[in-house]
Design a protein around this ligand. Structure first.
Ligand code: P6P
Length: 292
């Protein structure tokens, strides 16, 4: 990415991934890099990637762990040099033998042993939690190592930002329309939040984690199950959000409590400041459930 444009890694790879999306060259490169790096550890029995239909066999029976990842999220932003990221979710295997086992991948987010992301922005920052707080590291290119810059990161209970693609407004439920009017200050005497939307989940999530905010990608008439994927986008970020004192739900149920049934299943996502997430859930109950 740092040399995109100088070497031939920009633009489309000319193939469609399992999601039906145009794969970017860097998507393919990032996916191969993740598989090679993780496969060599000898600790991973099974991997799953946004870029591949089926689970990927890891390093044989010795692997205790399962890793699910989105190798390069937000790749539509690559050619315009906006921040993009890698998201990862780590579980203990539940199968006793074999590799590439689907049941190992279909575990609820509450069972993650660790999760996090790397954001490729003005600096390369890795954020993760292993269940004891959230910790941030910055890559020091002079030594090629990640250095701890912030431990036990917490996110403000009420955020100053809201992040949502407002061009979908007409496709939302009345509840989400009311929520966004409230965030804009239309519903309560002009007291609202600042809108910030990069269109790259990791970048929007990271800003809200650090500065305080809420990200929403509701289900709508075009994406009735939402757009974002549960296992390697919503679930790992929900793990980080909860560890930082935030919250994440599909508008009703905590993301970490959703029992997955398909590897690439999608979910609505409301994530960030816990009081804002609670406000969204309350409003949806009052407006949408009441009107059903
Ligand atoms: P929209 C990027 O393609 C992505 O998967 C996420 O990184 C991002 O939050 C979302 O899609 C943006 O979607 O529909 O607003 O362009």
């Amino acid at each position: 990415m740092r040399r995109a444009g100088l070497v031939d890694v920009l633009g489309a790879a000319g193939q469609i991934n399992v999601q039906g999306e145009q794969q970017q060259k860097l998507d393919v490169l990032a996916n191969e890099a993740m598989k090679q790096a993780l496969g060599r550890t000898g600790r991973v029995s099974t991997m799953a990637s946004e870029e591949e239909e089926d689970p990927i066999p890891g390093s044989g029976d010795g692997g205790k762990y399962v890793i699910l990842f989105d190798p390069l999220d937000g790749s539509s932003n690559i050619d315009v040099n906006a921040s993009i990221g890698t998201i990862f979710s780590i579980h203990r295997r539940c199968s006793s033998t074999g590799t590439g086992v689907l049941e190992d991948c279909l575990q609820a987010g509450r069972k993650q042993v660790a999760a996090g992301y790397v954001i490729y922005g003005s600096s390369t920052v890795m954020v993760y939690s292993a269940g004891r707080g959230v910790h941030c590291f910055t890559l020091d290119p002079t030594i090629g190592e990640f250095r701890l810059i912030n431990s036990n990161v917490t996110t403000p209970p009420t955020g100053q930002y809201y992040s949502i693609n407002e061009s979908n407004y007409t496709r939302w439920s009345p509840g989400y329309q009311k929520i966004v009017r409230s965030f804009k200050g239309v519903e309560n005497d002009g007291i609202g939040k600042n809108a910030r939307y990069i269109g790259s989940l990791v970048a929007d999530f990271h800003r809200n984690l650090i500065a305080g905010g809420i990200f929403l990608y509701p289900a709508d008439t075009k994406s009735p199950r939402g757009k974002l994927r549960l296992l390697y986008e919503a679930s790992p970020l929900a793990f980080v959000a909860e560890q930082a004192g935030g919250a994440a739900s599909d508008g009703k149920t905590p993301i970490l409590d959703i029992e997955p049934t398909k590897l690439h299943q999608r979910t609505p996502l409301v994530i960030g400041a816990r009081d804002d997430v609670a406000f969204v859930e309350r409003t949806l109950r009052e407006v949408d459930t009441a009107s059903q």
